[in-house]
Design a protein around this ligand. Structure first.
Ligand code: SF4
Length: 348
């Protein structure tokens, strides 16, 4: 007999793990989809196989990564259902994920969709009426099974057609986690992430930074936002020199390497050559710096990099910095810049 397949939305949190496992326990094949954007779990794209192996080992699930960035960056300009407490458009986010998951059902020959939503767990996106809106607007009416709260909701097509045994689903509701933890124990799942965290859009400071970028308060934000710019916005120390030039300074070796790799054709790169210190990226400087402004800009940016370089006996000393622009590269000694000179340019 042909095995039934379902597509599950997999955030990696306990609820989504359990929702998929409850369905797997009924002999159904589940393809777990993990959506990523620069705001959540984007780094997984660089280690997909390792992540798949980890999810299989820990949770017994088969997961696929799906990059949701394209539609997501657009969505953030004006989500139809607004934002949560910070810059998190949770309802529209779920609608978009479900829409994409539904579109992938044919690829896996799937009969229905699963989410780990629990009725009443989140004030905005998991109320009964909101669950219905999400289902309807994603085109998933009747297709979407929420195994953890199914007994409190109307039967879905999968239950009515006998693909899923409703009596083996659950009736969890509210914010408590006891029932989920008990179920995890029954499945032998012990190592799972705690509920907080994961999505940068719910972070008060980073959420505000992204919001400002979207509002156009940042000279390179507004319309036409790219994944690369968002990735840079979330990296290192951020400055707008002279309120115009976007400088990012790495805070550690990993960020320095990421800045080096992110360099585009219009960017200037600053690297400490003899002394440990930050790499700097002057984003779009080649097209923004007017005639005669380049030298001052380089002096200030390199002086800032030197200021954050490793001190000698507690003192910032002049250091050699290699500056690469589209016109070529040169290495020079730069003096550290006083923090008071650039503090006001810091972007929170
Ligand atoms: S917290 Fe972030 S990832 Fe989760 S639903 Fe809200 S916007 Fe989407």
């Amino acid at each position: 007999m042909k095995k039934t397949t379902a597509v599950g939305l997999f955030s990696g949190g306990l609820d989504s793990i359990l929702a998929c496992r409850v369905v797997v326990a009924q002999g159904i094949r589940v393809v777990a989809l993990k959506f990523v954007t620069p705001f959540f779990d984007y780094e997984l794209l660089g280690r997909e196989e390792e992540y798949q192996a980890e999810v299989a080992r820990k949770y017994g699930l088969s997961v696929e990564l799906v990059d949701l960035s394209e539609g997501y960056l657009e969505l953030l300009h004006n989500p139809a259902h607004g934002f949560g407490k910070h810059f998190n458009p949770c309802i529209d986010c779920k609608i978009l994920m479900l829409t994409r998951a539904r579109e992938r059902m044919a690829r896996y020959k799937a009969s229905f969709l699963i989410t780990g939503e629990v009725l009443g767990q989140r004030p905005m996106s998991q109320r009964r009426d909101t669950l219905r809106v999400i289902e309807r607007e994603s085109g998933c009416s009747g297709l979407l099974l929420r195994p953890l709260s199914a007994k409190l909701l109307n039967p879905t097509a999968a239950e009515q057609e006998g693909l899923v045994d409703r009596s083996r689903l659950h009736g969890f509701s509210g914010r408590g986690r006891k029932a989920q933890m008990q179920l995890a124990r029954e499945f032998g799942i012990t190592d799972y992430p705690n509920p907080a965290g994961g999505c940068i859009l719910t972070d008060v400071n980073l959420g505000r930074r992204i919001e400002r970028f979207y509002s156009g308060e940042h000279p390179f934000g507004g319309a036409g936002i790219t994944v690369e710019d968002i990735n840079l916005l979330l990296l290192g120390r951020q400055y707008l020199l002279f309120d115009r030039y976007w400088l990012i300074l790495g805070r550690n070796e990993e960020e320095n390497l990421r800045l080096e790799a992110a360099r585009g054709p219009d960017d200037w790169l600053l690297q400490m050559t003899e002394h440990p210190g930050p790499t700097g990226l002057l984003r779009y400087a080649a097209r923004e710096a007017g005639a005669g402004e380049g030298e001052e800009l380089i002096r200030v940016a390199a002086g800032m990099a030197v200021r954050f370089a490793k001190k000698v006996d507690g003192v910032s000393l002049p250091a050699q910095v290699m500056v690469e622009t589209p016109a070529g590269s040169e290495s020079r000694i730069f003096a550290p810049l006083e923090e008071s000179r650039f503090q006001a340019w810091r972007l929170e």
